[in-house]
Design a protein around this ligand. Structure first.
Ligand code: ZN
Length: 131
């Protein structure tokens, strides 16, 4: 398993981690298999979406905030229940197929680390399973 750190700069942020994951896949030498990208945090997430137009991730963050979770009454004393909700909505992992030692991502797809309670230092685990 490989682990790398992600340092986030704001409360809500989507950081493109595609190049780090591609590097790990290349170094693994695995020709055909499965790559799991997982973050062990309860107020962060992993997702795959467009990385061609940076406005897309800006719009996604705007969309997540449009739910206005902060207007709800929550019991969790840490005060970050909206961040926990966003984490579970997006999910803490993604799985991508590896063929010919490359991730089978679409032309416009990138892998994003989603911060919902930053800024923080986070971790991402990458597990590659050979076919
Ligand atoms: Zn909390």
């Amino acid at each position: 398993m490989n682990t790398f750190s992600v340092k986030t700069a704001s409360k809500n942020q989507m950081k493109d981690i595609t190049s780090e994951v591609i590097r790990i896949v290349k170094e693994s030498g695995v020709n055909s298999g499965i790559c799991v990208i997982y973050t062990p945090h309860t107020t962060a997430a992993i997702t795959i979406n467009e990385n061609a137009d940076p406005d897309v991730v800006t719009d996604m963050l705007t969309g997540f905030d449009s739910f206005h979770f902060e207007k709800l009454h929550f019991y969790h004393s840490e005060g970050n229940s909206p961040s926990h909700l966003k984490s579970s909505i997006v999910g803490c992992s993604e799985t991508v197929i590896i063929e010919e030692n490359s991730l089978l991502l679409g032309t416009w797809q990138g892998i994003y680390f989603c911060e919902f309670d930053g800024p923080r230092n986070r971790k991402v685990h990458v597990k590659i399973i050979s076919e």
